[in-house]
Ligand binder design. Structure first.
Ligand code: SF4
Ligand code: SF4
Length: 597
C-alpha cells in the first residue's frame, strides 16, 4: 500500500510492522503522534499506554525489554532529561528485547522551554543514535534500530527533529506485522547493577561501541565527487541538497544517518581529497567535533567551516536560505555561488501566543490575580497551556523552568524572600508528572506556599491525552481515577479549596482572598473541563448598551473579543466558548448570552 504519512506516523507504522510489543510515552510536542498513531493498531501482543512521565515510561519499557519484548519509549527532548536517570543505568545494564528510545528534538524551539540536541545524550550515554532526514528514512530505520539493540543488547536512541516529525511523505509498504514470541524473563545477575558489575559492564559497553561502528557506518553515505566536502545529517541534508542545486559538481556530501558512533575509516575516506569541509547541522556541533577529532588524531588538517568558527548558527533552525548564505559566506571569495537566487522569503505575520477563547485557566488566573491584589506576590508558573499565564493582560506568571518546578521554585522564593506571598500554578497532567514530589517536600519542610492546580481534565497542550486524574486510559477505557484532592489530603495538607472557574467570579475572588489570608500551605484546585473538549450550547454577544469602554477586551484579553476600525467592540461568535468571563467586567449589561439553536 502507498500512504502519505507524517514523520511520527511513519515511525509508528514501522514500529508496529516490526513487531513492537510495548509502546509507552509521555505526550510532548513534537513527539506525541507516535503513541497517538500506535494506539490505532490493535493486536493481541501489543500494549500501548500514556505513562505519568518519561522516567516511568522508560522504566516500564526496560522491564518489558528484559522480559524479551520489543519496546519503545517516546518523549520530547526535555522529557529525556526526566528519563536520563534510567537511561544512563540501562545503557550499562543492557536490554534483552529491542528497546528504542524515541526522542523528538525541537530546534527553534517551537514548543519547548529549551533547544537540546539528543545526539549529545548519545555521546554521554555511549549509545548509538539514528538521525533520519525524512519520514521515509525514519520508517526504514526502525528495523535496523531494533536489530542493533538486540544484537548488542543496548538501548538505541532514535532522534528526530520537528521538521522530520511533522513533515509528510508518501511511503510504500506492506502493513504486515512481524510476529514475535516473547520469551519471558530469565533471572540473571546481569540485571542487578552493583558497582563492581557496573565497572565491568561499562568496559563492555565501550567495546560494543567499537564493534558496531563499521556496521552502523553502512547507514551513512557519500554523494558526489566535488572537492568541497559537506558533512550533514537529519533534515539539514535536504536543505543542503536544495541549496547546492546547479552547483552539485563542486560538492560532495557526507550524509550521516547514525550520528554516534562514527567509523574513523569512513570519515577519512571521505576527507582524503577534500579542499575544505563545511558542517551543516542544527543545534550542537556534534558532527563537527567528532569529525575534527578523527582528522586530528589521524594527522589530517583540512580547513573546516562550521559552528566553532561562527559560519553556522548555534541556535535555532536552519533552512535552505540560511544554508545557501553559509555556503556563500564560505565561498564568496572564490565566486562559486550567487547569494539567494530563490527570491524573497514569504513573511508570515507573527501572532502572539495566548490562551484559547473560553479557556478556564484565563478565569482561574484572573480570580487569583484579583484576590491577591494589593499584596506583594510572586507567581511561579509551569509547563503546559497555562504557561501562557505570563501573557498580557493576565500577567500572573513570573517564572517557568521545567515540569513541576512551579511548586519547588515557589519554595525557593519562600526561603530566600519570605516576606512575599508565593503562589504556584501547575496543570493537572504536570502535577501527576512531577508536581507531587514538590508538594510533599513543601509539606515536609513546612514551606508555606499556595499551590493552584489548574485541572482541565486532560493534557491540553499536546492534544487531549488522558492522565491519572481523568481515570481514563489511552483508548478511553476505564482505568483507576486518582483524585487530586485525596492525594493532597493524603500528604497531610488540610487547607484545600475546589473552585469552578466558570462559576460566580466575585464569589470566587472572595473565597480565594480569604484562602490567601493566612500564610499556611494550601492547595486550590480550579476544575473545569478544557473549552475545546465540550460542544457549545451558547455563545456571548455585545448588545446596543455597549459604551465602547474596552474593559472586557483589556481585562480578559480573550481572543474572541475584538474591535472594528470604528472602535465598536464585538465578539466573534465562531470563537467564543461561552465561559461568561467577560460579562463580569461589563458595567453596562452589554454582554449577553445567545443560545445555539
Ligand atoms: S464568553 Fe467572553 S471571555 Fe468567554 S470565550 Fe466568549 S468572549 Fe471570550
Ligand atoms: S465592557 Fe461592556 S461596555 Fe465596555 S466595551 Fe465591553 S461590552 Fe462594551
Amino acid at each position: 500500500m502507498k500512504k502519505v504519512l507524517m514523520g511520527n506516523e511513519a515511525v509508528a507504522y514501522s514500529l508496529f510492522i516490526n513487531g513492537v510489543n510495548v509502546a509507552v510515552g509521555y505526550p510532548g510536542t513534537p513527539s506525541t503522534e507516535v503513541i497517538e498513531t500506535l494506539k490505532n493498531f490493535h493486536d493481541d501482543d501489543f500494549y500501548v499506554e500514556w505513562s505519568t512521565n518519561e522516567k516511568v515510561a522508560l522504566e516500564i519499557a526496560a522491564g518489558a525489554s528484559l522480559a524479551g519484548a520489543r519496546t519503545v519509549a517516546t518523549m520530547k527532548q526535555v522529557g529525556l532529561n526526566v528519563a536520563a536517570d534510567p537511561l544512563l543505568s540501562l545503557s550499562v545494564v543492557g536490554v534483552e528485547g529491542g528497546l528504542i528510545v524515541f526522542v523528538a528534538d525541537d530546534p527553534g524551539p517551537h514548543s519547548s522551554q529549551t533547544e537540546q540536541d539528543t545526539r549529545n545524550f548519545a555521546r554521554f550515554c555511549n549509545l548509538p543514535v539514528f538521525d533520519p532526514s525524512s519520514p521515509e528514512e525514519a520508517f526504514e530505520l526502525i528495523k535496523p534500530a531494533f536489530e542493533i539493540s538486540e544484537k548488542y543488547k543496548i538501548p538505541v536512541l532514535f532522534r528526530m527533529t520537528t521538521r522530520v516529525c511533522h513533515s509528510n511523505q508518501s511511503i510504500e509498504f506492506e502493513l504486515k506485522r512481524e510476529k514475535r514470541k516473547i520469551k519471558g524473563f530469565e533471572k540473571k545477575p546481569d540485571w542487578v547493577i552493583l558497582p563492581a558489575l557496573s565497572y565491568i559492564k561499562h568496559m563492555e559497553l565501550e567495546q560494543k561501541l567499537q564493534d558496531m561502528k563499521k556496521e552502523l557506518s553502512a547507514y551513512n553515505r557519500i554523494e558526489g565527487r566535488g572537492k568541497i566536502g559537506i558533512v550533514t545529517g537529519g533534515v539539514s541534508y535536504f536543505y543542503v541538497k536544495e541549496a547546492i542545486k546547479g552547483f552539485e559538481d563542486l560538492f560532495s556530501i557526507l550524509k550521516i544517518t547514525v550520528a554516534h558512533p562514527l567509523d574513523e575509516g569512513f570519515i577519512l575516506e571521505f576527507a582524503k581529497d577534500k579542499e575544505m569541509l563545511i558542517f551543516i547541522e542544527e543545534l550542537d556541533p556534534v558532527l563537527e567535533e567528532e569529525v575534527k577529532l578523527i582528522l586530528f588524531e589521524n594527522g589530517k588538517f583540512i580547513p573546516i567551516y562550521g559552528k566553532r568558527n561562527s559560519y553556522v548558527q548555534f541556535a535555532g533552525e536552519l533552512d535552505v536560505d540560511k544554508v545557501r548564505d553559509i555556503f556563500y559566506k564560505v565561498l564568496s571569495d572564490k565566486r562559486f555561488l550567487k547569494k539567494n537566487t530563490f527570491g524573497d522569503v514569504l513573511q508570515i505575520p507573527k501572532r502572539q501566543a495566548q490562551l484559547c477563547a473560553g479557556c478556564p485557566h484565563r478565569s482561574s488566573f484572573l480570580i487569583v490575580k484579583y484576590a491577591a491584589k494589593g499584596q506583594d506576590v510572586i507567581f511561579t508558573g509551569d509547563i503546559g497551556c497555562y504557561t501562557l499565564g505570563f501573557a498580557k493582560p493576565i500577567s500572573t506568571t513570573d517564572t517557568c523552568l521545567c515540569m513541576g518546578a512551579s511548586i519547588t521554585m515557589a519554595q525557593g522564593f519562600k526561603i530566600a524572600d519570605g516576606s512575599k506571598k508565593v503562589i504556584a500554578f501547575i496543570g493537572d497532567s504536570t502535577f501527576f508528572h512531577s508536581g507531587i514530589t514538590g508538594l510533599v517536600n513543601s509539606y515536609y519542610n513546612r514551606h508555606n506556599i499556595t499551590v493552584c492546580i489548574l485541572d482541565n481534565l486532560t493534557t491540553g497542550m499536546t492534544g487531549f491525552q488522558p492522565h491519572p486524574g481523568t481515570g481514563k486510559k489511552i483508548y478511553g477505557e476505564e482505568g483507576r481515577k486518582v483524585s487530586i484532592e485525596s492525594l493532597v489530603k493524603g500528604i497531610g495538607i488540610e487547607k484545600i479549596l475546589v473552585i469552578d472557574p466558570y462559576s460566580d467570579f466575585t464569589e470566587n475572588v472572595d473565597k480565594v482572598r480569604e484562602f490567601l489570608n493566612n500564610d499556611q500551605l494550601g492547595v486550590i484546585v480550579f476544575r473545569r473541563e478544557c473549552a475545546n473538549l465540550k460542544s457549545r450550547e451558547s455563545y456571548f454577544k455585545i448588545n446596543q448598551n455597549c459604551l465602547k469602554c474596552r474593559v472586557c477586551l483589556k481585562v480578559t484579553g480573550c481572543p474572541a473579543i475584538d474591535e472594528d476600525e470604528n472602535g465598536n467592540i464585538f465578539i466573534d461568535s465562531a470563537l467564543c466558548n461561552s465561559c461568561g468571563l467577560c460579562k463580569n467586567f461589563c458595567r453596562y449589561s452589554a454582554i449577553e448570552k445567545v443560545m445555539v439553536k
